[in-house]
Design a protein around this ligand. Structure first.
Ligand code: NAD
Ligand code: ZN
Length: 358
């Protein structure tokens, strides 16, 4: 299955399915060199698969393994990627391949954006969450004390989403990625959001259902990014659940809770805020909460993070301009809306969240 992404910078295809990596060799035909930046765990599990897809006898492939997950998104590793590309003899005619989850994709994408002021790159994502992160051209690494604080917009020339890679994902990562898939349904669909939340069981999900949800998420993301590549307007809707979710992640020190698990808590919070500030019906909130509880999302962890701490992080969020707190609310499923909310109203929703999770 293929989804087209049209942005002002470029148009490209996201190919999803078992063996999507088979499309690589053709895409690399005119590359003078190929550089791979890979999550070390993904190399250990699936490196041979990628090597085979590159065309067994290419001699001009350089490979850099980076630390698994978030720990690669540092200035130090960014520096190493630049030196790696230079040492490998990469030029503007070379192509960089990102092989891993969202973290590796963010690092490798930024590496491609910066090296020689920008070379082509291909996303080969290996997590469910990366259906989100690999599409849309946002790349970044973290600064000490500031997540995603330096980065660039740099669109890939293609995304090859090989769903065979997803078979080795641990349960927590499935939950994390599916939170973003649920987000994409909630912000885009008036019709079947409730129905989906009532019936979806992550541990019974078959491969076809998984692919269907991933493709659906990619379509939503592609459509929004196509209308607003640089987050001037509708791209903000993708931050649904993220203002509060990011604060939870930060309060947890980016450990002990995955991005998607934190976003799930943030989405329940945003729906409570939507009830209180925008007259949303409670039914959607309750249905999302029940979905999350049934599927093992750690909602009760919120007790570890006092509101004052979360508020501090929310105010520091780079999207909170001039101290105003902005939230994506959902007056109804499929109808997101950005509103500014006072600290008092934030706290009121926070109190209600803690009561309902208790
Ligand atoms: P991740 O990249 O940190 O990977 C999570 C863990 O899963 C790691 O330990 C990794 O080694 C392992 N893993 C990856 N693929 C695997 C596989 N196939 N089998 C077994 N283990 C595997 O996590 P993620 O959730 O994919 O990405 C999170 C990152 O994405 C964050 O840094 C976040 O900031 C970023 N992000 C970026 C965007 C964007 O638009 N650029 C959007 C959302 C999130
Ligand atoms: Zn996210």
């Amino acid at each position: 299955e293929t989804v087209r992404v049209d942005t002002q910078d470029r148009s490209y295809d996201v190919t999803v399915g078992p063996d999507a990596l088979q499309g690589l060799e053709r895409l690399l035909a005119d590359a003078d060199r190929v550089a791979v930046i890979a999550d070390e765990k993904v190399t250990a599990l699936h490196g041979e698969h990628l090597r085979a897809a590159l065309g067994g006898n290419r001699k001009d492939v350089a490979w850099l393994d980076v630390p698994a997950g978030e720990s690669c998104k540092t200035l130090e590793w960014f520096g190493r990627t630049q030196q790696f590309l230079l040492d490998a003899g990469c030029t503007r005619k070379s192509v960089l391949i990102a092989f891993g989850g969202g973290a590796c994709g963010d690092l490798a994408g930024y590496a491609a954006a910066a090296y020689m002021r920008g070379i082509r790159f291909i996303q080969c994502p290996s997590t469910i969450l990366a259906h989100d992160s690999s599409v849309g051209g946002k790349t970044a690494i973290n600064l000490p004390g500031g997540k995603n604080m330096t980065g660039a917009f740099h669109q890939p020339i293609a995304v090859l989403y090989d769903t065979n890679l997803l078979r080795t994902l641990p349960e927590g990562e499935v939950r994390s990625g599916m939170a973003e898939a649920v987000k994409h349904v909630l912000i885009s669909s008036r019709e079947d959001a409730l129905e989906l939340l009532r019936t979806l069981e992550l541990d019974e999900m078959g491969e076809e259902e998984l692919i269907r949800l991933i493709v659906r998420g990619i379509r939503v993301k592609a459509e929004i990014v196509g209308r607003d590549e640089r987050e001037g307007s509708v791209r903000k809707f993708l931050n649904f659940g993220h203002t509060y979710g990011h604060a939870v992640e930060a309060a947890a020190g980016y450990g002990g809770i995955t991005h998607g698990e934190a976003v799930m808590i943030g989405m329940v919070y945003a729906l409570i805020l939507s009830e209180q500030q925008a007259g949303a019906a409670r039914e959607l909130t309750d249905t999302l909460q029940a979905f999350a509880e049934r599927n093992g999302y750690p909602l009760k962890k919120i007790a570890d993070y006092p509101f004052g701490k979360l508020l501090g992080y929310m105010k520091k969020d780079k999207k909170a301009s001039f101290g105003d707190l902005h939230f994506v609310l959902l007056p109804e499923a499929g109808a997101p809306d950005v509103r500014s909310v006072t600290e008092e109203d934030c706290e009121k929703a926070d109190r209600e969240l803690r009561i309902r999770m208790g």
